[in-house]
Design a protein around this ligand. Structure first.
Ligand code: NAP
Length: 248
């Protein structure tokens, strides 16, 4: 691979929330950042504009990570031989909550397709490229819920626990190519995803957090930037919790 290719970090689901904070942070670290979105192009373009205003480089792409064919095509057309893919952050995720007895198949499947299969497909396509480079950093955004379970989130907990399994397996497969694969497990973080929670439930969750409040997207972005950095070069197959002590 040519040294002239620009060092790039790909962050899925980066138009808002945690993905946006990760993209802004990795851009400050010097990466060109490729951000993906699925439904909010204007928000994604705002992230690109903010990165460029700070002197960085970024591009936005519409990519449904649940669409395997689209993901494969994206890596072939936009990444392979066009950029040096140093970092993949599998951040895109959705929730479709419901108690098990009432959970519809379509809600179970949608969460697995996007949060688990989507992350797997991106990891598979990225590691094909990183293996040739003999370098790469993959960071999967999982959740405290994948570690401890949560009533009403069996689908989401299964997807995130599954992604932890993929993280540990991939770390074993790709260590010999100097590719590290880790996960960051946020607790409750202030984003659109948690803004859907009723205020009384949010207050109840906050009471259970030793540090006493929800975290910020920046708290998660800082952990991701660490795992992407040279300082984390001997860390692989790990789950770094960013949860205020909620589950420890
Ligand atoms: P968010 O604010 O709801 O943002 C979700 C992002 O994912 C958006 O950029 C959205 O794009 C994108 N997205 C949704 N469906 C997609 C698909 N099919 N393909 C590609 N992109 C898709 O979420 P967040 O709170 O920042 O969460 C980010 C990650 O952290 C998720 O994996 C989530 O499970 C995890 N997490 C969050 C928390 C929390 O408390 N917030 C806690 C633990 C873990 P559009 O804007 O275009 O719709």
């Amino acid at each position: 691979m040519s040294n002239e290719l620009v060092s790039t970090a790909l962050v899925t689901g980066a138009s808002r929330g945690i993905g946006k904070a990760i993209s802004l942070t990795l851009a400050k670290e010097g990466y060109q950042v490729y951000i993906t979105y699925v439904s909010k192009p204007q928000e994604a373009e705002k992230v690109v504009a903010e990165i460029e205003a700070n002197g960085g480089k970024a591009k936005a792409f519409c990519l449904n990570v649940g669409d395997t064919e689209a993901v494969t095509k994206f890596f072939q057309e936009e990444i392979k031989d066009k950029v040096r893919l140093d970092v993949l952050v599998n951040n895109a995720g959705i929730t479709k909550d419901g108690l098990i007895l009432r959970m519809k198949d379509e809600d179970f499947n949608a969460v697995i397709d996007i949060n688990l299969k989507g992350a797997f497909t991106c990891l598979r396509e990225a590691t094909k490229i990183m293996a040739k480079q003999r370098f790469g950093r993959v960071i999967n955004i999982v959740s405290v819920v994948g570690l401890m379970g949560n009533a009403g989130q069996a689908n989401y907990a299964a997807a995130k626990a599954g992604l932890i399994g993929i993280t540990k397996s991939a770390a074993k497969e790709f260590g010999s190519r100097s590719i590290t694969i880790n996960a960051v497990a946020p607790g409750f973080i202030e984003t659109d995803m948690t803004s859907q929670l009723p205020e009384d439930i949010k207050a109840k969750y906050a009471e259970a957090i030793p540090l006493g409040c929800f975290g910020s997207a920046q708290n998660v972005a800082d952990a991701v930037a660490f795992l992407a950095s040279e300082k984390a070069s001997y860390i692989t197959g790990q789950v770094l919790s960013v949860n205020g002590g909620l589950y420890c």
